[in-house]
Design a protein around this ligand. Structure first.
Ligand code: URP
Ligand code: ZN
Ligand code: ZN
Length: 508
């Protein structure tokens, strides 16, 4: 809601138009809603922005119907046929287009000190890229080093985002150490509205936790009703295998995948599930890349574990042969867990389609080819791990999933928005279209053709892993809490509109 203090120039009451002269003497025409309370001649005029999206095909996980959507200020106020808007409302014609709830990316890295360097995006670049790609809310991983105090890390990550994000955001709190000080600070962070933890079973000696820390973290998470998101790979097996390959002269990016085989990821999932079962702790397995890892999670679910599964757009569409590209170009496709053999993709798609894999995220972690990925020439273990995709996830999922018939439109919305909202405590405010929800809306043109390129993307990175991929259908316009942020593919919004979303624990 916008508020302005000023001198009353015309009676403000109810819903309409009036003039307010502010204290600098400027008179401004405003649209207002509600009563302006007069105290002598000074008023506080409360007025609201409004947005009307006409004639779109609204698609949610459960419904598809043609209607208008009217947003008053930040929320959806009405949905129906032939809605009228007050004068001054922004009106968008969405005839022939889909209107989706704002998409949510539940696994993003923006500020990321990692492997001797920093990920390239900042909130100003990443949030605009997210919005241009239809993502209106992102959840970033706070990744402190093992010597950092959790509260200091929380404040640091917040300082990189607050006032600098065009889209809404929240965090998963990385737990990279466990001691009495860390425990008490984690309790405070949860009270401050962060209802999820992140742990790494990989990255031994850096971000990874040992078994005692894993045990304590899951116990604390259960007692606080917090869900623990986890990167699952057996760190010892990876470290030993890396040494073995390097000693044999196998140093190129194509050896990254064999250094962290599918079985090692599956073992990581089994390990996590064993510890989680002890406390009945709720877990979300990030970036599952292959059939054996997903099968371990599903087997645990059948045993009674409360577990949700994420895969990434990269694993659904790219495979390990990308890391074999010549002239070290394969390094652009190094991430962990690695891109896998293509035979995994039908399995992943089937389980996205049937909902056993809940979400499709990005694990956006951008490192330039020049100067950053190149740090690993001659030693693949030094290539900064990560493949950017924050801007492209929604468009690529539509083209490769919906257009090909692998998933239907409802599951598309569910996997890229609604499930993340439900799992991470943002629902029903986010992740759906209904009266009272935030006016986060994506107008999507199913007939627009485009080609992905680093030359036109908004992410701050010198390559795009989907370079040259044709898109059949594309995000066209985007609203964040009732205000248009992207129009016809261009960012036109408020660069500081994004808000930190506080979340209540729900995983008891
Ligand atoms: O390769 C990856 N995934 N880089 C980002 C850090 C992580 O493991 O999520
Ligand atoms: Zn990870
Ligand atoms: Zn990650």
């Amino acid at each position: 809601m916008l508020e302005k203090a000023g001198e009353l120039a015309a009676g403000l009451c109810g819903f309409g138009e009036g003039f307010v002269k502010d204290f600098l003497g400027q008179t401004e025409l405003i649209w207002y809603y509600g009563l302006a309370r007069a105290k002598s001649r000074t008023v506080r005029a409360v007025f609201k922005m409004s947005l009307l999206i006409r004639n779109g095909q609204i698609v949610t996980p459960t419904d598809s119907y043609r209607a208008d959507i009217f947003c008053q200020d930040e929320t959806i106020a009405r949905i129906g046929a032939n809605l009228s808007a007050p004068p001054g409302a922004e009106v968008i014609d969405a005839s022939g287009q889909f209107v989706f709830p704002g998409f949510i990316d539940p696994h993003v890295h923006i500020y990321l000190p990692f492997m001797g360097t920093y990920a390239k995006d900042t909130y100003p670049t990443a949030s605009k890229a997210a919005l241009c790609g239809g993502t209106t809310t992102l959840i970033e991983m706070i990744c402190p080093s093992r010597t950092d105090e959790p509260l200091a890390a929380f404040e640091l990550w917040k300082s990189k985002a607050e006032g600098q994000s065009a889209c809404d955001f929240t965090f998963h709190m990385g737990v990279t150490r466990y001691d009495p000080l860390a425990e008490s600070q984690l309790r405070e962070i949860v009270k401050a509205g962060i209802a999820s933890f992140k742990i790494f079973l990989a990255y031994k000696g850096a971000l990874g936790v040992d078994d005692a820390e894993l045990f304590q973290t899951l116990k604390l998470a259960k007692s606080l009703g917090v869900i623990t998101t986890a990167h699952c790979e057996n760190a010892d097996a990876v470290a030993l295998r890396q040494k073995e390959l390097l000693a044999a002269g196998k140093t190129g990016p194509e050896w990254h995948e064999p250094s962290r085989p599918e079985s090692v990821e599956a073992l990581g999932v089994h390990h996590l599930m064993t510890f989680a079962a002890i406390h009945d702790a709720h877990c979300y397995i990030v970036h599952t890349s292959c059939e054996p890892a997903v099968r371990q999670a599903l087997a645990a679910r059948m045993r009674g574990n409360k577990v949700w599964i994420e895969t990434l757009i990269q694993y659904l569409t790219l495979d390990k042969t990308a890391a074999e590209l010549p002239d070290f170009s394969g390094s652009k496709f190094v991430m962990s867990p690695p891109l896998r053999d293509k035979r995994n993709q039908p399995f992943l798609w089937n389980n996205v389609a049937n909902g056993l894999i809940s979400t499709v995220a990005t694990d956006h972690a951008p490192f330039d080819f020049k100067g950053q990925k190149e740090m690993g020439r001659g030693d693949f273990t030094k290539i900064p791990n990560g493949i950017p995709s924050l801007e492209d996830r929604v468009n690529v999922l539509y083209t490769t999933g919906v257009k090909t018939g692998k998933i239907d439109l409802h599951r598309f919305v569910d996997a890229a928005s609604t499930q993340a909202a439900k799992i991470f405590g943002l629902y029903p405010r986010k992740g759906d279209i209904h009266v009272g929800a935030d006016g986060d809306l994506v107008i999507f043109d199913p007939n627009e053709e485009a080609v992905i390129s680093a030359k036109t993307h908004h992410m701050n990175i010198d390559y795009n892993p989907f370079e040259g991929m044709p898109l059949h259908g594309r995000v066209k316009s985007v609203a964040v809490r009732g205000q248009i942020a992207v129009k016809d593919g261009k960012f036109v919004g408020d660069p500081a509109r994004g808000r930190l979303l506080k979340r209540e624990p729900t995983h008891f």
